[in-house]
Design a protein around this ligand. Sequence first.
Ligand SMILES: CC(C)(COP(=O)(O)OP(=O)(O)OC[C@H]1O[C@@H](n2cnc3c(N)ncnc32)[C@H](O)[C@@H]1OP(=O)(O)O)[C@@H](O)C(=O)NCCC(=O)NCCS
Length: 194
Amino acid sequence: MVVLADPLGVLTGGPRRPGHLRRVGRGPVEGRVIRVRPAMPNDTTACGSLFAEAYADGDGFLTGPTEPRSFTLPPAIPDGPTALVAEIDGSVQGVVLIQGSALARLRHCRTIELVVARTARGGGVGGALLDAALDSLRSRTGVQFVRLAVFVDNIPALTLYHSRGFIEEGRRIGFACEADGRLRDDLLMVRTLP
Ligand SMILES: CC(C)(COP(=O)(O)OP(=O)(O)OC[C@H]1O[C@@H](n2cnc3c(N)ncnc32)[C@H](O)[C@@H]1OP(=O)(O)O)[C@@H](O)C(=O)NCCC(=O)NCCS
C-alpha cells in the first residue's frame, strides 16, 4: 500500500489534524485516494446505509438482517469527533463510531464500531479509519483504553484489530443465538493508548 503521509498516514500538507488521513487504496479500490475526515450531520444517511448493509449480511453485528435499526451519529462532544468517515471520490465508503460514556468512572475509555462498504472491503478503508480513530483518540486528554466487541468468526475484523494492537480481554460464550439455534461467541478486545 502507498502511504501518502507519516507512518500513520496523517494528512499530507498543512498542520497535522488528528482524525484526518489520506491513503491510496488497494484491491477493490486500487489506486484510489481514501480520505478520512470527521463525519458531518449530512453524512448520517450514508453512514446509516453502511450499517444497514452490514446488518443485512447478518454476520458482523449483533443486529440481525430482519431487525432494521434507525441510525444516528453519536452526539458531538467537546474533546474530538465521535465519528469519522472514509470517502473515495466524495462517496462515503466507511465509518467508525467513537463513543464514550457519561459516567465519570468511564471517562478514560472509548468504544468503537467500524463498517466498510461491501464493495470496498479489503482495500485499506477499514485500516485507514481505525488508524485515524486511534490517532484522534491519542490526542484526547485522559483517554487510555479503546474497547470493542467482535465475533470470533469475523476473521477480517479480527485480523484488522490484532494488526492495530488490540488484544483479547475476554470471551462471551454463546453470546449470540442465530435463527437456526447456532451459538456464536464474541471477543472483547482492548487497545491501550500510550
Ligand atoms: C472488518 C472491516 C471493517 C475491515 O475493513 P476493510 O476495509 O475490509 O479492511 P482493510 O482492507 O483495511 O484491511 C485491514 C486489515 O485486515 C486484514 N483483512 C482484511 N480483509 C481480510 C480478510 N477477508 N481476511 C483476512 N484478513 C483481512 C488485512 O490484511 C488488513 O491488514 P493490514 O492493514 O495490516 O494490511 C470490513 O471487512 C467490514 O466492514 N466488515 C463488515 C462489518 C464488520 O464486521 N465490522 C466489524 C464489526 S466488529
